[in-house]
Design a protein around this ligand. Structure first.
Ligand SMILES: CC(C)(COP(=O)(O)OP(=O)(O)OC[C@H]1O[C@@H](n2cnc3c(N)ncnc32)[C@H](O)[C@@H]1OP(=O)(O)O)[C@@H](O)C(=O)NCCC(=O)NCCS
Length: 170
């Protein structure tokens, strides 16, 4: 898997050693407020999630661990083409780091992987994610109710798309 350096970030392959840092994010109620499942209570849940991420085959997806100042701060990528997803530790929100990580990922999805479009599935209450995706050129295509059950709470979805600048007709 390639490594990508942006101005402030390193995007790299996820490692089993990232378990503690990922668990700190995935067990945080703020980070998980609009995720498709409740905060991870057990390290074993994060361990299984991380193992899935490490094992993604290159023809299925490309999901990056994101480091800032030598520390793991989140993940961003396409766990399964063509759907994009990201989660960052709340300590680093509001600094443009999530946007900085997504720009090269989106570019690679269109150029290296040749995807005609990328899709995002966002909880309609997740305003910061909707703002971020809209800034990066994503446009809402449809809404659906009760798409995921996070614990005992049904969540709705806004689906957004960004189209490849290399595909004719868009
Ligand atoms: C979604 C998520 C990654 C967005 O993080 P974020 O830090 O708000 O996103 P950005 O990196 O784009 O930062 C944008 C904010 O930083 C501010 N900012 C500060 N310096 C900036 C800079 N140099 N460049 C860009 N934005 C900057 C922007 O004004 C913006 O603030 P605003 O949201 O109040 O308008 C984060 O909220 C998160 O991890 N949430 C939990 C998981 C989740 O919901 N994921 C989405 C599922 S689809």
């Amino acid at each position: 898997m390639v490594e990508i350096r942006t101005e402030k970030l390193l995007l790299r392959k996820a490692l089993h050693d990232d378990l503690g840092a990922f668990h700190a994010i995935l067990s945080d109620a703020r980070a998980m407020a609009f995720w498709y499942r409740p905060p991870h209570e057990d390290l074993a849940v994060t361990q299984a999630w991380l193992a899935d991420m490490i094992e993604i085959a290159p023809n299925i997806g490309e999901d990056f661990a994101v480091e800032f100042e030598g520390k793991l701060i989140g993940k961003a990528g396409l766990r399964k083409f063509p759907t994009i997803g990201l989660i960052f530790h709340p300590d680093v929100w509001g600094r443009g780091l999530a946007s900085e990580s997504l720009r090269p990922i989106i570019d690679r999805a269109f150029t290296e992987h040749g995807l005609p479009m990328i899709e995002a599935d966002v909880d309609p209450r997740n305003e910061s994610s909707l703002r971020l995706l809209s800034r990066l050129g994503f446009v809402e295509t449809r809404r659906e109710r009760r798409t995921s059950l996070a614990g005992d709470e049904w969540c709705d979805s806004v689906f957004l798309r960004a189209h490849s600048p290399h595909t004719k007709g868009h």
